[in-house]
Design a protein around this ligand. Sequence first.
Ligand SMILES: [Ca+2]
Ligand SMILES: [Ca+2]
Length: 284
Amino acid sequence: MIQYNIKNLLALRGGSLRLFSFLAFLFLPYAVVQADENSLTPSLTIGVSGKILDEYGNDLIGSAMIEPSLCDLVQILWATNGIFPPNEDGTPDEQNPVLQSAFIGSETCLGLNSPSIFALTILGGGLINPETPFFVRVYNASTTGEATFYADSPLVYNEADNLGRVIVTIPATTQAVNPEYAAGLDSDGDGMSDADEIAAGTRHDDPNSLLSVQMSYRSGEVLQWAGVSGKVYSVQQNLSTLTEPEWMDLTTVTAEADGLLQVEFPDNDEERAYYRIRLVTQPD
Ligand SMILES: [Ca+2]
Ligand SMILES: [Ca+2]
């Protein structure tokens, strides 16, 4: 009886060992093949070749020298069904699950210390099916909850170079997380919304930078305002009242460079006239 049990135990052990040997045989050639195809590392490194700017044209926050939690957020997201805008709280749409998160400045060179770039390595990412797309999303804050604007890369595929790297391009973060909220934001409290300041090319973080018009009598009676290079302005006149205005276009001015623009008042016999400057928005 005892003899039989020991034999039985040995037989079981032998069976387990044989099973283990079989699994090792099954997996080892697989691992070797994968390693050969991915330069001995199955990881995938995603990086950008140029600085990423925020919605105002400034560098996104983050470099090798800055504590990651203070840097702007980067997410790698699956895009099996395409790229969807984030929810209003900044979290990704459920059709874009997060593959990996990092921060601007992540894995960048300490010596060069370039701001507003990143690289991040997805361990095992080299094994992603080259036909399965993903994309990179950057936010203008360190958390999705604080972010007001974001930007997405185009679809990315696992088409790494021989060092396991994929370089992506990411536009500036000009997509509003919550367009309604973003439209009303006036960060510097100068009365012009951030969205209008983006359109006018003025600074959202400087209350002295805004589109406003003054009268000047130094060189004759002129209207003057701070123009932004490339922007087009329409000067309008209203000879009626402000409650029932009838605005008429007087002239259109294109700013060739940043600086003061002036337009002479036209002659008119009215006791009172109102003038305004409007930004002419160009079609995209
Ligand atoms: Ca403002
Ligand atoms: Ca401003």
